[in-house]
Design a protein around this ligand. Structure first.
Ligand SMILES: Nc1ncnc2c1ncn2[C@@H]1O[C@H](COP(=O)(O)OP(=O)(O)OP(=O)(O)O)[C@@H](O)[C@H]1O
Ligand SMILES: [Mg+2]
Length: 617
């Protein structure tokens, strides 16, 4: 037995094995088994936040179960108003009982409807809360999370898995509770009415238990596989849409179709198996139910004729046997659904439990009126991860307020890493970084980041208008301020040419602006935010050289009273910097202004020569 239940799990694990690239391989084989109890407990605790409403749902569910248990009893009593010897009907009692039964049915209907509405409400609120928590968590996670996880999977958890919780857990849980209560209640009343006849009904219990146990285990494994494959599929779709140009340019359509086909096939197989197995349940349960029904009828008949058991009691039992078997058989199915939702909940909780950015130190200060004095003191850093070579190795430098420092160096030398450390996207492993003499670990993060206006290496625009995007860091900026910033960044020319000007809609994913234009917007955004320290990481790499020169001239004025860090491969860009630092091998190889470094004929000189193609005069 244990072997057959193991089989699907092994299959699930192997899904992660094949394929290259794409959204695959994100689930390691033999992913940890789910902690059902812990997860369930957490979901319950989240529900408990809704306090009174949950109590109301529980009360309504219990009441409804109670009514369901009471109905057969009264139906049986109604039958007992028919007397055989002498033949007569106790009409008054019959009418009374019939009215009671009708009222109970009606009551149950009303309670059920109300309960459904209330449950729906609580659940949707719960899901909204979970989405909020999840999104808030994303804002607090360290950058390393986003740098190392497939975005598609992170998104899939927020949408698919949370959705799963809403559709499954709440409604199914109330059904489950109601079924359980009905079973227990029915059993109690049956025992009270006739212990002997109860035995006949009870025969079904072990049968149902064994069958549902076996089937549920199987289908659960496939449901899990279904969800994983859905995650994979989402990842693949997301990557395909983002990378559609590459797919087309490299003619990889057949390959991605094949890859998608495989994942789709796996999803199909898992879903089909899950449905088939859970589909076995119903017909089997029907058979068991009918058998129990027959058994009760037979035993009831015998007990009634031989031992004078009232016919009404037998009738009640016939009702109970139905009422008993139905929830019993659906219990397993519901358990499945709950499991499925819990698996999703677990994926959500996994993210919610991840360690956040280290919180601001207890006496962290809020920086005001920063002059822009930035110092690295013996800073060493390696990115967290397996093959973590030191990117920065005991680096020290001191940048005075108003100074313009250029960082140059080969690709992968660690220039952007210096920016990452400065903004505390990552924390240095050793040494200190100081802003105005205060270690940045002792500054409240938000206030630290407000000290910098940055143009990052990869330009990011958000969905909204061009104006909104420039205004990003200062939503209260006036139209004139926005226009002035755009002019300084030389973005005004192309914006004015657009039919809707500053109201032109842009987004992070759409491509209606050129790369250079996007960079100009990013520069305008940084200019407008006007923080004491300006950081431009390859900010003009996609801009033509003439525009770049123009921007530089414009920025010169701005940079005079701001500390500035310029990173650029195009060395002509940084020629006028007060100081140029050549980064390499995790260290500062050379530092000085253009003339000094050229005179030195070292690394910088070589770089200039190789870019110019000739020895400069
Ligand atoms: N998020 C990250 N996780 C792990 N390693 C990283 C990460 N970002 C960069 N690295 C590694 O750190 C090293 C320095 O990268 P960095 O981005 O600082 O280079 P760079 O000097 O800015 O290069 P480029 O001129 O290409 O922008 C590289 O070897 C890179 O592989
Ligand atoms: Mg870089």
């Amino acid at each position: 037995m244990s072997q057959t239940t193991q089989a699907p799990t092994v299959k699930v694990a192997s899904f992660g094995g094949g394929g290259r690239g794409g959204g695959r391989n994100r689930f390691a084989p033999g992913e940890k088994p789910q902690n059902t109890r812990g997860t369930a407990w957490r979901v319950i605790k989240i529900y408990a936040r809704s306090g009174k409403v949950v109590l109301l749902v529980i009360a309504l569910t219990a009441l409804s179960a109670l009514i369901s248990v009471a109905i057969p009893y009264f139906v049986g009593r109604a039958f007992d108003t028919f007397h055989i010897s002498p033949v007569h009907v106790d009409t008054a009692t019959l009418w009374r009982l019939l009215i009671i039964v009708a009222a109970l049915y009606l009551g149950n209907y009303l309670i059920g409807t109300l309960n459904g509405l209330v449950t729906l409400n609580v659940t949707q609120k719960l899901v909204r809360q979970l989405r909020t928590d999840y999104f808030a968590k994303l804002q607090k996670l360290p950058l390393s999370f986003f740098d190392t996880r497939p975005h598609g999977d992170t998104m899939s958890r927020l949408t698919n898995d949370i959705d799963n919780i809403s559709t499954s857990i709440a409604s199914t849980t109330t059904q489950f509770v109601s079924a359980a209560l009905t079973i227990v209640g029915s059993l109690a009343v049956m025992l009270y009415l006739s212990p002997a006849l109860t035995l006949a009904v009870a025969v079904a219990i072990p049968l149902v238990a064994v069958l549902t146990g076996t089937i549920a285990k199987r289908s659960r494994a496939y449901f899990l596989a279904q969800q994983r494959n859905l995650g994979l599929l989402n990842g693949e779709i997301e990557e395909n849409i983002v990378g559609i140009k590459m797919v087309k340019a490299f003619g990889q359509r057949d390959f991605v179709m094949k890859q998608f086909g495989e994942t789709n096939e796996n999803l199909f197989a898992a879903s089909r198996r899950a449905q088939i197995w859970s589909g076995f349940m119903m017909p089997l349960m029907n058979v068991i139910n009918n058998l129990t029904y027959t058994l009760v009828a037979l035993a009831g008949g015998v007990l009634s004729v031989r031992y004078g058991l009232p016919v009404g009691t037998v009738v009640s039992f016939l009702f109970y046997s139905k009422q008993f078997g139905q929830p019993l058989s659906s219990l397993a199915g519901m358990w499945n659904t709950i499991q499925q939702a819990l698996a999703g909940a677990e994926r959500v909780f996994e993210i919610l439990d991840l360690p956040e950015e280290t919180p601001d130190a207890p006496g962290a200060i809020v920086e005001h009126d920063v002059t822009g004095h930035v110092a690295f003191d013996n800073v060493s850093f390696a990115y967290p991860g397996a093959n973590s070579a030191l990117v920065l190795n005991h680096i020290s430098f001191d940048v005075h307020p108003g100074e313009t420092v250029a960082l140059v160096g080969e690709t992968g030398a660690g220039k952007t890493t210096i920016v990452n450390l400065l903004l505390r996207f990552y924390d240095a492993d050793a040494g200190q970084i100081l802003v105005d003499g205060t270690a940045i670990t002792g500054i409240v993060r938000d206030s630290l980041r407000r000290c910098f206006s940055v143009v990052l290496q990869d330009t990011c625009l958000f969905t909204g208008t061009i104006g909104d995007n420039i205004r990003y860091a200062r939503p209260d900026a006036t139209v004139d301020e926005v226009a002035a910033a755009a002019k300084l960044a030389h973005a005004d020319e192309f914006i004015d040419r657009l039919p809707h000007g500053y109201d032109t809609a842009v987004s992070g994913s759409s491509d209606n602006l050129s790369e250079g234009q996007r960079q100009l917007l990013a520069i305008a955004r940084a200019v407008l935010s006007d923080s004491p320290v300006l950081i431009l990481d390859e900010a003009t790499s996609s801009v033509d050289t003439k525009t770049e020169k123009d921007i530089q001239r414009a920025l010169l004025h701005l940079m005079a009273n701001h500390t500035s860090f310029l990173i650029a491969h195009r060395l002509s860009t940084i020629r006028d910097a007060d100081r140029i630092m050549v980064i390499g091998d995790g260290q500062i190889l050379e530092a000085g202004n253009h003339a000094e470094l050229m005179a030195r004929r070292g690394r910088y000189y070589e770089m200039v020569v190789s870019q110019m193609g000739v020895i400069p005069s």
